[in-house]
Design a protein around this ligand. Structure first.
Ligand code: HEC
Length: 176
């Protein structure tokens, strides 16, 4: 009889142990799930990292866009510089008579823009010729101009006057 009771107890114990094992197993299972969850969040993280990488790609793209902007700005500046150089070149290539170059340009500038002497560019022929006459005759007193014009002929004065009167137009054309 007692043997039966002990066997019964043993069975109950065994069943309880089994149940306990099952619940433990469940716990382990839960742990596994938690692990999986952590792993999946880790995956999320790497995904985020991927997004970050994509973001940085976007930054790189933006940078290249901005550098290409800078490039186009560079090109604009270079174009402007080229235009300025061309214009300067045009001025340098400005053809003046040997007489003007030798006798007048040192004070009035290569294109009559004025240096020591006043700007002549833009003056009309009559104004220039009158001034030259007045300097030469001494009516308009200026020792520099008086001394310069003393040994010059009327033809030279006239050709100089008509030449200088074209400077403005020539200059304007060189700046187009
Ligand atoms: C050494 C410098 C010098 C040289 C070279 C010189 N000039 Fe002058 N020129 C002057 C000065 C200074 C004046 C201003 C005189 C004044 O207003 O009293 C002047 C004035 C003039 C004016 C009057 C400008 C105005 O606004 O009324 C004319 C025109 C002129 N020069 C033409 C010439 C011509 C043409 C030559 C070449 C043959 C020449 N000059 C060479 C110094 C010079």
């Amino acid at each position: 009889m007692i043997k039966h009771i002990i066997a019964g107890f043993a069975t109950i114990l065994a069943i309880w142990a089994c149940a306990h094992m099952i619940s433990l197993d469940k716990e382990v299972h839960k742990l596994d799930k938690i692990h999986a969850l952590i792993k999946s969040t880790a995956m999320e993280d790497t995904k985020l990292g991927g997004a970050k990488v994509e973001n940085s790609k976007a930054v790189v793209i933006q940078k290249t866009v901005s550098t290409s902007n800078a490039d186009s700005q560079d090109k604009k500046i270079q174009k402007k510089l080229a235009a300025l150089k061309r214009k300067a070149g045009n001025i340098a290539a400005f053809k003046v008579s040997p007489l003007y170059k030798k006798r007048c340009s040192s004070c009035h500038g290569n294109i009559g823009q004025g240096i020591i002497g006043p700007k002549l560019m833009g003056r009309d022929k009559d104004y220039i010729l009158n001034a030259l006459h007045d300097f030469k005759s001494g009516k308009r007193k200026n020792y520099v101009m008086y001394g310069l014009l003393g040994n010059m002929t009327e033809e030279q004065l006239e050709s100089l006057a008509s030449e200088i009167s074209t400077f403005q137009k020539k200059y304007d054309e060189s700046q187009k």
